[in-house]
Ligand binder design. Structure first.
Ligand code: FMN
Length: 325
């Protein structure tokens, strides 16, 4: 392609299709100042000898420090380190403030709580257009079971694994003429919701509580004082509501009590019951994390939050002080 036709913007965008992890690379300048930047140009080069590479823009403020550094450290960031990634992707601020650095094999700063870290001795530096390419020998490395941060098309992302054996729900594929199939999103969401609730329902059954009571106690655990009308605005989208008979039942069970002006709140027993429900919900989630892996569960939550935003019928904000939009 002739140089005049080369579209830099489109080139950058096409490169963004190559999904990468996110690293922070650190070194120490000759005057002892720690330097570091966010980089996704990191890659493996060789297993024997163990070599890795990354590239640094020649416009970087730390170019001189890296050029002179004998050692640099690569930190493969975990999902929880997105803010750190942003800090190290900005110029000129004190990027290391508040970080408790660990001791490594060299003077290069070593950041804790990463998915993996590679402590490297620089072996060769190549010119690479507007970047410098650093190749380093890995002298030491470590890894933690923390899901990695991902970068794709200019945005942070999460990865979910694709274990095929878990993806087909039935050995019998649905007949082609069948109007429902196991890939229908509503079916998948509904089924997973009811399967999660099924475990919880055993606890509810022991307490003779219906789903609507469980939902009501959960809302009152967050929004402490509510009229029944306000409570029902939070429940409306579930298809459940609390009627007079339910209020009587919950009061008789000493789970809620009436204050002035038709306002209700949980009793100490109600609060304890609700805390028991939360503990059960957390135990179910912990088991799921053990089964699916924390990275996949985080990716699932991310997608569910996006879906909730897109399908919100205009619910009052459950998590705000007043429960109002
Ligand atoms: C996800 C991501 C990946 C990046 N990858 C690189 C890279 O590989 N090389 C590079 O020089 N800059 C990269 N940058 C940009 C630098 O982090 C940014 O220019 C930083 O301000 C450089 O800091 P410095 O000038 O203090 O060295 C990346 C930024 C982000 C957000």
């Amino acid at each position: 392609m002739a140089q005049a036709e080369f579209d830099n913007q489109a080139f950058r965008q096409a490169l963004g299709s190559f999904t990468t992890g996110v690293t922070i690379i650190t070194a120490t300048a000759p005057d002892g100042t720690p330097v570091g930047l966010t980089a996704n140009s990191f890659n493996s080069v060789s297993l024997d000898p163990p070599l890795v590479l990354w590239s640094l823009a020649k416009t970087s403020l730390s170019v001189e420090a890296f050029n002179k550094a004998e050692h640099w450290n690569v930190h493969v960031l975990s999902q929880h380190q997105q803010d750190l990634s942003n800090t190290f992707a900005s110029r000129g601020e004190d990027k290391f403030s508040g970080i408790e650095l660990e001791d490594g094999i060299s003077d290069a700063p070593l950041i804790p709580a990463c998915s993996a870290r590679f402590q490297c001795r620089n072996t060769v530096t190549h010119d690479g257009g507007d970047h410098l390419i650093f190749i380093g020998e890995v002298v030491d490395f470590d890894q933690q079971a923390l899901p990695p941060l991902v970068f794709q098309q200019g945005q942070y992302a999460m990865t979910a694994r694709k274990p095929w054996e878990e993806v087909a729900l039935s050995a019998q594929p649905a007949a082609p003429e069948c109007s429902y199939n196991e890939d229908l999103l509503g079916y998948l969401l509904g089924r997973s919701h009811f399967q999660m609730l099924y475990r919880m329902r055993k606890v509810l059954d022991e307490q003779a509580l219906e789903d609507s009571h469980f939902f009501a106690l959960s809302v009152m655990n967050i929004q402490h004082q509510l009229t029944i009308e306000e409570l029902n605005t939070h429940l409306d989208y579930t298809g459940h509501s609390i009627g007079e008979a339910d209020v009587k039942f919950l009061v008789a069970q000493e789970l809620i009590k009436e204050l002035d002006n038709d306002v209700y709140q949980l009793t100490p027993t109600g609060r304890e019951t609700s805390l028991h429900h939360i503990a059960q919900a957390k135990a179910i989630e912990e088991e799921l994390i053990a089964e699916l892996g924390s990275g996949d569960v985080m990716a699932l939550k991310l997608m569910l939050k996006r879906l909730i935003h897109k399908t919100d019928p205009g619910l009052p904000d459950l998590w705000s002080e007043q429960g109002a939009k």
